[in-house]
Design a protein. Structure first.
Length: 152
């Protein structure tokens, strides 16, 4: 899986950039040659665009996504976090230092942040919950364990 996030001031993306990002979302392991063929540009253009998208922060990292069967013992959860006062930046920095938090999103409504958590054991899960709740500025939280992926 390719994790694509943007900076506050995202550079202007043209149709080639958006086509490249779409192709990467479908298969982030595709070679530069394959990507060039898919979007109809040269390999040099793809490489230049990739370098710029990474340099400007449009693409922050390349990651993998494993099937649930590959990690059946992982404890996964979503934590809703309410902040007290103007502390968002400090709390986000502290949360980003916790490796068990695999994704962090701002949101609207009663909760200010949503954190995705993954650990290898219940004691580790308990430690991460306590660590988050001890961060200065975290006023309240609610955590939901993810039991199984829903299938249709």
């Amino acid at each position: 899986m390719l994790n694509l996030t943007t900076k506050t001031l995202m550079p202007d993306l043209d149709s080639t950039d958006t086509a490249l990002l779409s192709a990467l979302k479908a298969d982030s392991r595709a070679s530069v040659t394959t990507l060039a063929g898919q979007i109809g540009v040269s390999r040099a253009t793809v490489q230049t665009r990739l370098d710029r998208l990474v340099r400007t922060g449009v693409i922050r990292r390349f990651t993998i996504e494993t099937a649930n069967a590959a990690d059946p013992g992982r404890i996964k959860a979503v934590m809703l976090i309410e902040l007290g006062g103007p502390v968002k930046r400090q709390v986000v920095r502290a949360l980003n230092r916790l490796p068990e938090i695999t994704a962090l999103h701002s949101t609207n409504g009663a909760w200010d942040l949503v954190a995705q958590i993954e650990t290898d054991s219940l004691p580790s899960f308990d430690r991460i919950l306590n660590s988050v709740r001890e961060i200065s500025g975290v006023q309240n939280s609610e955590t939901c364990l993810l039991l199984d992926q829903a299938h249709t």
